[in-house]
Ligand binder design. Structure first.
Ligand code: MG
Length: 455
């Protein structure tokens, strides 16, 4: 679980996360709000997802921000990318705060900071907020208390911006059908509105903001989306769509009921985007070589980064990339904004179906790779030593240390990455030959276990 709160650190890879009224109490949220307000010093846009604890945590953050003199623009319950787009397009805002725990179970909530350009806050700025937080909460403030202004229409503006970035007329004429699972999360209003405006006939599942969040186990994986996959198998819908709780990520199901892995989505959207404009596609080292093979065939180039959407987004900005994203359904489209954007991913997939044929058929054109995802227990104190020991055992492989250790062979690769939040290493082994991927993964785990005995 993404909950790294310690005595010197608050923010994990996706903001602050914790169990409500245990780690994440109103008093704690108030102090975090005060620290954020002291750092941002200005007008701050705030939004939340549909979690039952959202009002309580948001109110505490509001109080902290206003205590330090910040004026608040309250967007209410909207997806994270709506808040990010609002901040990006309103230069008068000093930043944003999103109250969300994304795909975590309902007992969790979280606080995530957005920079004034709408991107996820860089670690260096989070450290400044942590510095203010751990200095202690001032008992008095000289600031004139801030105000709250309710903002209406941010979601509609965001959806209209998305529609302007795709061939809306072609999508409208195609008369597509979709089944949409919002996990009772923040997309309950935005994605149905997008589909309606694009003349896509939609059947919705878990699209009730008052419903039991998230409507099914929270991570949008194949196992957790049985209802959506089942409905896609028995209906004539062209596209199945599932979001996580704050709708920055999207996972797709093809007509007929085939779950589409995030790697395949990345490859297909990359190919579709490269047909419009040649250039660089950015993705972390954990993504399948499927993406690289498809991108090369389409005349593009892959730039690999460490895992984490802020890293991908920043690399995309520096490289002037055409598209980028992660294999967990987080897709970033530079013409809209430099962050994961769930509804934009939906619009682009609809456009791809209209231009390049049914999703199930497009998938058949992709090369097949086999990836084995394993893990190995390793105490925190031995993580560095294990990586060092393994990096001396690359054999015939080429070493890449962008994130953890990736060893690239002629017929596949192995990646070992320390988890930032658990005492484990994640081990991925991939090849076009399933037997090779399986054997290499097992051998690598055995070798790591041997190393652990002596370090
Ligand atoms: Mg999310």
């Amino acid at each position: 679980m993404d909950n790294p709160m310690t005595e010197t650190r608050l923010f994990g890879t996706n903001g602050i996360r914790g169990v409500v009224n245990k780690d994440l109490t109103p008093e704690f949220a108030l102090k975090v709000g005060t620290a954020i307000g002291t750092f941002m010093k200005g007008t701050v846009a705030v939004a939340s997802d549909t979690r039952a604890s959202g009002d309580m945590i948001r109110s505490a953050v509001f109080a902290g921000l206003m205590y330090t003199g910040c004026n608040i623009l309250d967007l209410g319950v909207v997806p994270t990318p709506v808040l990010q787009y609002f901040v990006k397009t309103h230069p008068e805002t000093a930043g944003g705060v999103m109250i969300t725990a994304s795909h975590n179970p309902p007992q969790f909530n979280g606080i995530k900071c957005i920079s004034s350009d709408g991107t996820e806050m860089a670690r260096s700025d989070e450290e400044k907020i942590e510095g203010i937080f751990f200095k202690g909460h001032p008992e008095t403030s000289d600031a004139k208390p801030g105000t709250v202004e309710k903002i209406r229409g941010a979601a509609e503006t965001y959806i209209d911006a998305i529609i302007s970035k795709v061939d809306a007329s072609a999508i409208r004429h195609a008369g597509l059908k979709a089944v949409l699972d919002c996990a009772n999360g923040a997309a309950f209003f935005t994605t149905p509105l997008l589909l309606k405006k694009l003349n896509v006939k939609a059947t919705t599942l878990n699209a009730d903001p008052q419903g039991e969040f998230p409507g099914h186990p929270s991570e949008p994986t194949e196992e957790n989306l049985k209802d959506l996959i089942g409905l896609m198998g028995t209906s004539d819908a062209d596209l199945g769509i599932a979001h996580d709780g704050d709708a920055d990520r999207t996972v797709f199901v093809a007509g007929g009921g085939g779950y589409v892995s995030g790697d395949k989505t990345l490859a297909l959207i990359a190919r579709s985007e490269l047909k419009k404009r040649k250039g660089v596609i950015v993705t972390p080292v954990a993504s399948s070589s499927l993406v690289e093979e498809v991108v090369k065939d389409a005349g593009g180039k892959v730039l690999y980064t460490a895992v984490g959407s802020p890293v991908v987004a920043r690399a995309m900005i520096s490289a002037g990339a055409v598209f980028g994203g992660e294999e967990n359904g987080g897709l970033i489209f530079p013409e809209m904004q430099y962050c994961r954007d769930g509804a934009m991913a939906v619009a682009k997939m609809l456009e791809s179906i209209v231009k390049h044929g049914p999703l199930a058929q497009q998938i058949l054109t992709l090369p097949v790779y086999h990836t084995h995802k394993l893990k190995i227990d390793c105490p925190e104190c031995k993580k560095k030593a294990l990586l060092k020991a393994l990096s001396g055992k690359c054999g015939a492989g080429r070493k890449d240390e962008t994130d953890g250790l990736k060893i690239i062979f002629e017929d596949g690769w192995v990646l070992i990455r320390p988890s930032g939040t658990e005492p484990i290493f994640r081990v991925y082994s991939e090849s076009k030959d399933n037997a090779v991927a399986k054997k290499r993964g097992e051998e690598f785990i055995a070798s790591a276990k041997e190393c652990l005995k002596i370090i």
